[in-house]
Design a protein around this ligand. Structure first.
Ligand SMILES: Cc1cc2nc3c(=O)[nH]c(=O)nc-3n(C[C@H](O)[C@H](O)[C@H](O)COP(=O)(O)OP(=O)(O)OC[C@H]3O[C@@H](n4cnc5c(N)ncnc54)[C@H](O)[C@@H]3O)c2cc1C
Length: 483
């Protein structure tokens, strides 16, 4: 049986990892971009949500709560950081705001969440000493946490390939052959035709467009852009938990939260875009000003330091129903769409993968699959130099001096880590960045960018001028240079 997964975001990557555990299944992941995890999965708040705000009875609610419970083991197996920081929805001493957090508490209890309670001003100040005095109450959720979503996609795909899955990147799906109510082949931009017994469409904001390539109708996608700012690690100590204001019609509001590597993330905005703007992740002056002023009203002074490192934006896909659209098509019976994966999609992703592989594919193919007797279930640990004690680093340098050659000064990433990332599949500067955090820091690769280009050229055996930032035409140099 050949099962084709289209889209290497967090959903498609975790689905292919589950598929690679099945006997007699040949699993193929096709990603249009040059690397996995580079769609919505790389541009979000990176929160593993508790699940108290998703309306009871929706797929969002049930899959979020299930997914949250799966995260500790998932991240352990994938060797990806996960910190249970807890979250706060902070309320002023005003009846409408207090009522809102009470409603969230009641909804959270219905969704089956433990560790939810309302805290008063004194405890709030103990949890978050830098929070504005204007806030007197908060809904505290101890099960919320933070992670690195793109690393989950990268690691899940690495594990899947170790277990026999095939991964094709940089080659988008452009069509397919459908006969007698079943997809028979998936066609790629390069002309390659891949036979398929079952197809899973996990293409993020592109789910409607990709379904239509197979003659399948889905609800129309609508888009909401969220703009963010990353602040320097120098303000990292000002925030311990994920801080939400009370939600509005537009969503969860603009937050302040720590990142797993010690920085601070603020945002996102929520702006409706034309539904054709599927790749419009530009930021705007107005959006970024809104982000800075909202952060300042939650944690006064946090933006005064002006430690802005970078801005970015992500697109939330949605449909009129405002729920995930995870369905087998009625006409084309072997085509499953995993669409409208809006927030809390990253939290729900492991539960979505479980649902698709353990239940939906079995139904679609009318067969039950046995698990392989032996699989690689854990990625070998890759050490990050900047997380180790000096004594350990000294031992590693004795063994291999490249552990001591620091390329990215901001995040202290060694040449050995960069070489390892390239050997594990990074082929571009962004591929190295998203695997090692080199270039993610304060200087945004102003100092290490050139070194990374040289290492990529040497390790991949290509000319310096052939090294790309990320996608096909994103060259860094436009001619020969002296090495
Ligand atoms: C602003 C914002 C904040 C969010 N915050 C959170 C949060 O804190 N917590 C949370 O749980 N969720 C959050 N989410 C939601 C979460 O990020 C998404 O639900 C999740 O990343 C969706 O993953 P995906 O795999 O469905 O999509 P994607 O990551 O977009 O993956 C789809 C992939 O399909 C590929 N693709 C598209 N077309 C083709 C084609 N024709 N051929 C081959 N490949 C194709 C794309 O290149 C892409 O890599 C947020 C979302 C946004 C936008």
């Amino acid at each position: 049986m050949q099962i084709v997964v289209i889209g290497g975001g967090i959903c498609g990557s975790l689905i292919v990892r589950e598929l690679s555990h099945l006997q007699d299944v040949s699993a193929i992941l096709i990603e249009g971009k040059s690397d996995v995890g580079q769609g919505v999965t790389k541009a979000n708040s990176a929160i593993v949500h508790g699940g108290y705000d998703d309306p009871h009875g929706t797929m969002r609610a049930s899959l979020c709560v299930r997914g949250n419970g799966m995260f500790p083991q998932l991240c352990e197996e994938l060797n990806v950081p996960f910190k249970r920081t807890g979250s706060l929805v902070v309320a002023k001493d005003a009846s409408d705001e207090i009522e809102q957090i009470e409603n969230l508490l009641a909804n959270g209890k219905k969704n089956g969440i433990e560790g939810l309670r309302i805290v008063g001003a004194e405890e709030l100040r103990r949890i978050e000493p830098h929070l504005s005095d204007e806030y007197a109450f908060a809904l505290h959720c101890s099960s919320a946490g933070i992670t690195e979503p793109w690393m989950i996609a990268i690691a899940a795909v690495n594990l899947a390939t170790m277990n026999g899955a095939r991964v094709i990147t940089g080659n988008p799906v452009k069509g397919g052959k459908v006969c007698e109510g079943r997809v028979k082949e998936v066609w790629l931009e390069s002309g390659m035709r891949i036979p398929a017994d079952c197809v899973i469409n996990a293409t993020g904001v592109h789910f409607q467009e990709v379904a239509s390539l197979f003659g399948i109708e889905t609800p129309p996608v609508s888009l909401r852009r969220g703009e963010y700012i990353i602040l320097d690690k120098l303000v990292g100590d000002m925030v311990k938990t994920v801080i939400f204001p009370v939600p509005t019609e537009e969503g969860k509001g603009k937050l302040v939260l720590p990142t797993v590597d010690g920085g601070v993330l603020i945002g996102p905005t929520s702006e409706e875009l034309d539904s054709h703007a599927l790749e419009d992740v530009s930021t705007t002056d107005r959006g970024l000003r809104e982000v800075l002023s909202s952060a300042d009203s939650l944690v006064p002074g946090i933006s005064r330091f002006n430690w802005v490192v970078r801005s970015f934006a992500g697109l939330r896909p949605d449909t009129e129903e405002r729920d995930f659209f995870i369905k087998t098509d009625n006409e084309v019976k072997n085509f499953i769409t995993v669409g409208s994966i809006r927030s809390p999609g990253l939290t729900a992703a492991p539960a979505i993968a479980e649902l698709v592989v353990d239940e939906m594919i079995t139904d679609v193919l009318n067969t039950s699959f046995k698990k392989k007797e032996r699989v690689v279930s854990r990625l070998p640990r890759t050490e990050r130099i900047n997380e180790l004690p000096f004594s350990k680093i000294a031992e590693m340098i004795d063994d291999d001096p490249l552990h001591g050659k620091i390329v990215c000064q901001c995040n202290e990433v060694s040449e050995r880590e960069i070489i390892n990332a390239i050997r594990e599949g990074a082929t571009t500067v962004d591929g190295v960045k998203f695997r090692t955090r080199a270039g993610f820091g304060r200087c945004q690769a102003s100092f290490c960018g050139w070194r990374i280009v040289q290492i990529l050229s040497r390790e991949l055996g290509i000319e310096l001028s052939e090294v790309r930032m990320n996608e096909k035409e994103a060259w860094i140099l436009d001619g020969k240079v002296r090495p």
